[in-house]
Design a protein around this ligand. Structure first.
Ligand code: AMP
Ligand code: GLY
Length: 423
């Protein structure tokens, strides 16, 4: 098969690595890709939002399967555009990707179908939001409705902060049109777990659990980022939690989307908070998490193409997802200053140390091939993943491997997976 992957991050490198393992994959393309993906796929200089050019390329190359990794093109309707041209595509259509694209939609869905989540109100008017806050309990959480690179969530400790937040989101439009609408919701406490799943619109099968570290600095300090590191499985995702989520959250979400006339085919990412009152949904994403994919996919035993085709064909009930009985840890090497401002263009050395090793991976995110070699080209540069017999071993190996790589302004957290010690 000829396969085209759309995206350019560590997630797409992890997807491409899984696809490359499949005996079905004859040729892999990635648009636009990065320097790491270019080692296993042919990168084509087409942006993820250039829908017509992507469709044209897929037709010209007789692509058998397009895999859309990123949220923006999914929410924007890339799958619809490709399907309309008869191109087989893995990922939700726009009317289903709204599960991630509109937080107000997803909250209303959860309320209507009694899926556990934080209490909330939606607002399209800043004055109404401000009035509501006058009598609210603090801390409180403000969320821009639309996509905001994971940055549209503000946790406000008091009324003053919350008022400033409403202004930022709805009036100053810090997150653009994503702030035309806003969710204000109850602040929850507990441990966070990410559960990725495959669904064909009827059947849902979950992957091994993971935990992300969203804040930039050690001890969960600093600004929210796309994710600074992950581990899988999460020891806090117990059998009891799993049973509850399977009954009240996972299938309920798939059924709700179907009942709304928005069948979801693709990956649903459940961001869960394990509260004292049981697991609740923090957010949905309509795609693999990044860096979650970097610890979950290397542990999946199935042929990823089989699974994706089953999602498209509605035959997911006929296969069983299986994962290796081990663990993985990913530490993100970033450019110092991320997520605010950082320099690019520094040569990266040490990548050859990963060649030929089955249990170590260097998943490229912001990298670029130049005449001088591979250089840094983004905030998150490379995800270093290692597999081990258990989480502690995987963490030790991942941190060892972070030392193999050097580049100017290299920055990472040193406490990825620290929670493992508390389990
Ligand atoms: P989201 O993009 O909705 O996952 O939010 C980003 C991060 O903000 C989450 O991973 C949580 O750490 C935090 N967060 C979001 N909603 C809440 C909430 N209701 N209570 C506490 N923390 C939250
Ligand atoms: N790591 C969180 C996300 O992909 O949204």
């Amino acid at each position: 098969m000829k396969i085209l992957i759309v995206g350019s991050g560590g997630r797409e490198h992890a997807i491409a690595t899984s696809v490359a393992k499949s005996p079905k994959a004859e040729k892999i393309f990635c648009a636009p890709g990065n320097a790491g993906i270019a080692q296993i796929a042919e990168c084509v200089p087409i942006g993820a939002m250039e829908f017509d050019r992507l469709a044209e390329f897929a037709q010209k190359e007789s692509i058998d399967l397009v895999i859309v990794g990123m949220d923006d093109p999914l929410v924007g309707g890339l799958v619809d555009v490709l399907e309309a041209k008869g191109i087989r595509t893995f990922g939700p259509r726009a009317n289903a990707a709204i599960l991630e694209g509109s937080k107000a939609f997803s909250k209303d869905l959860m309320k209507k179908y009694q899926i556990p989540t934080a209490a909330y109100e939606n607002f399209t008017d800043a004055d109404e939001a401000l009035r509501y806050l006058e009598t609210a309990k603090f801390p409180i959480v403000l969320k821009a409705d639309g996509l905001a690179l994971g940055k549209g969530v503000l946790i406000c400790q008091d009324l003053e902060e919350a008022k400033a937040g409403v202004k930022e989101i709805m009036l100053d439009k810090k997150f653009g049109t994503a702030g035309n609408q806003m969710v204000i919701e109850e602040f929850m406490t507990g441990r966070e777990v990410s559960v990725l799943s495959f669904t064909d619109g009827n059947t849902i099968q979950i992957m091994s659990s993971a935990q992300d570290h969203k804040r930039a600095k050690d001890g969960d300090q600093g600004l929210n980022t796309g994710g600074m590191g992950t581990f899988s499985p999460s020891p806090f995702y117990t059998k009891e939690v799993d049973a509850f989520c399977k009954e009240k959250i996972f299938q309920a979400t798939v059924d709700a989307m179907k009942a709304e006339g928005r069948p979801f085919k693709g990956v649903i990412f459940f961001g869960l908070m394990l509260t004292e009152d049981g697991p609740k949904v923090l957010e949905y994403n309509a795609r693999f998490g990044d860096p979650e994919a970097q610890v979950v996919l290397p542990r999946m035993k199935n042929d990823i193409i089989d699974v994706m085709e089953a999602c498209i064909d509605g035959t997911l009930d006929q296969l069983q997802l299986t994962f290796e009985d081990n663990a993985a840890v990913c530490v993100v090497l970033a450019s110092d200053g991320y997520p605010v401002s950082y320099e690019k263009g520094f040569v990266i050395s040490g990548l050859d140390r990963f060649a030929g090793k089955d249990d170590y991976f260097a998943f490229h995110a912001g990298t670029k091939q130049t005449d001088e070699g591979i250089v840094t080209n983004g905030g998150r540069v490379i995800g270093i993943t290692a597999k081990g017999a258990d989480l502690k071993e995987a963490r030790k190996k991942a941190y060892e491997a972070t030392e193999w790589i050097s580049f100017a302004n290299k920055y990472m957290r040193h406490d990825i997976g620290k929670a493992i010690d508390e389990a």
